[in-house]
Design a protein around this ligand. Structure first.
Ligand code: NAD
Length: 442
């Protein structure tokens, strides 16, 4: 680690985030429910004051540049090297960090002794070779989600992680998003009763295409659309939400059924633009997953359904099944109004909707809340991504592994790949024995 010029700086964002979760010195009870935060407590941040992790980037496309912007604000990190094999993207990054050495061959860059941590933001087919090479080169490693393109590759990464003493993080930013953490703590304390189901969805109206300067670059630039480099909407979008589903349920689904098609964007792409799946947990609770990229009305969301209430995680709000009775005076006004205006018959004169009670939202966090509508394909502010990156840089100095992040990403990625298998084979897919790891219950 190189000495810092700004010796007295700490990442106040990370510090405040953990304190806002209710952390007071030690904080073991609080951190028991979020074990990945145990390696980046305010006390540990204080210990690395004045040090900087030397960070290198592989992949400086849209997500890589988003991370560079965040990293430039992290006091305990400096960007020392950049690698991309597409010159315009390498130049964009180099303009942002002119002191960093540039490379087009990532293996050459990994030979450098002047790098502590590597951040990988490349297409999915490159994740496994790059993560494995980076760990083998003795670097702490952060890779974007999903873990990898195939289950075998995921298992190789998981096995390597068991053997290495290096830190490994994945881009699962909901693990560092205050509203998710608080909401999940509320759910686990019984706020909405027993979890009886979960509904996750991600809707956009966007072809997912990028302009291509010349035809031979089509598969490189639009890698998301082709099966050799992408597992489509499952690994790009669902991976985040299935991770949250497992976090809520405290278990992993045992099987999945579903369907997927190309409904609207019939432009030569290979991956589906419409997917509906049902994941089954052994306690018979199910998570439905729906994604569509030709209608954005429903946006993005994860609803945890309890027998006493519903938590909308992405919005940080919850509702109780039984609304509190209105004050007597309001009830009187309501009665008078309904007599005055009568009811509008919808399904016969005596029809009363079962959910007629007005549901009032309650909020997980006091004050303004940052909601991701799910439209951006790069990332949004205040969704935990900056804090996750800061924690990785901290770990690149201390060498302390973060609990559960690898396991969470492994399980959600395998579930995404199982979803695609269920679609392709048109049958129920059980979680393969070969890929089970000792993490959570089925
Ligand atoms: N966590 C999140 O919310 C989130 C959001 C967006 C993207 N992502 C993930 O980030 C990753 C990158 O996505 P993106 O949108 O930035 O893609 P992108 O196409 O914009 O960028 C990828 C970059 O990698 C470079 N690259 C490809 N192969 C390379 C190689 N062999 N050597 C060096 N460079 C190489 C490309 O030239 C490109 O610049 C994906 O895994 C994606 O799923 C995560």
């Amino acid at each position: 680690m190189s000495p810092s010029n700004k010796n007295d700086q700490l990442d106040l964002g990370l510090r405040k985030f953990i304190k806002d979760l209710g952390y007071i010195a030690g904080g073991s009870v609080l951190l028991a429910s979020t074990p990945w935060l145990q390696s980046c407590t305010p006390e540990k941040l204080e210990e690395i004051k004045g040090q900087k992790a030397r960070i290198a980037f592989i992949g400086t496309g849209s997500r890589g540049v988003y991370h560079i912007h965040n990293l430039l604000n992290i006091p305990h990190a400096e960007i020392v090297a950049l690698c991309d094999n597409y010159p315009p993207n390498l130049k964009t990054a180099s303009d942002l960090c002119p002191k960093a050495k540039t490379y087009t061959d990532y293996k050459k860059m990994l030979e450098s002794k002047d790098i502590d941590g590597v951040i990988i933001s490349t297409p999915l087919n490159w994740h496994a070779p790059m993560v494995l090479d980076s760990l083998a080169a003795g670097k702490h490693t952060f890779c974007e989600k999903a873990m990898a393109l195939t289950m075998d590759e995921c298992k190789s990464i998981y096995d390597s992680y068991q053997k290495t003493n290096k830190v490994l993080y994945f881009g699962m930013q909901r693990l560092f998003d205050e509203k998710y953490i608080k909401a999940l703590q509320m759910i686990h304390s019984g706020l909405i009763g027993d979890i009886v189901g979960m509904r996750c969805h991600w809707f956009r109206n966007n072809d997912w295409r990028r302009p291509v300067p010349s035809p031979e670059l089509e598969r490189k630039i639009n890698w998301r659309l082709y099966k050799e480099s992408s597992a489509g909407l499952m690994t790009e979008l669902a991976t985040h939400q299935l991770e949250v589903s497992n976090w809520a349920m405290k278990r992993i689904p045992d099987s999945v059924i579903g369907m997927g098609d190309i409904v609207f964007w019939k432009d030569g792409r290979e991956v589906n633009d419409s997917i509906s799946l049902t994941y089954h947990y052994k306690n018979n609770v199910k998570t439905t997953y729906e994604t569509l990229i030709s209608n954005k009305f429903n946006g993005m969301g994860e609803q945890v359904l309890g027998n006493k209430g519903t938590m909308e995680l992405a919005k940080g709000q919850y509702f109780f099944e039984d609304a509190e009775p209105a004050p007597a005076i309001l009830q009187l006004i309501n009665q008078m109004e309904s007599k005055a205006f009568s009811t509008v018959p919808i399904a016969g004169p005596s029809w009363v909707p079962e959910i007629a009670t007005q549901h009032k939202p309650h909020y997980v966090i006091d004050g303004p809340i940052s909601i991701n509508p799910g439209i951006s394909t790069t990332g949004v502010d205040k969704d935990g991504s900056d804090l996750l990156l800061s924690a990785f840089c901290q770990a690149s100095i201390t060498g302390e592994k973060a609990k559960n992040i690898v396991e969470e990403c492994y399980c959600s990625t395998v579930l995404c790949l199982m979803g695609n298998q269920a679609i392709e084979q048109q049958k129920k897919i059980d979680f393969p024995e070969k890929y089970k790891i000792p993490y959570l219950n089925f």
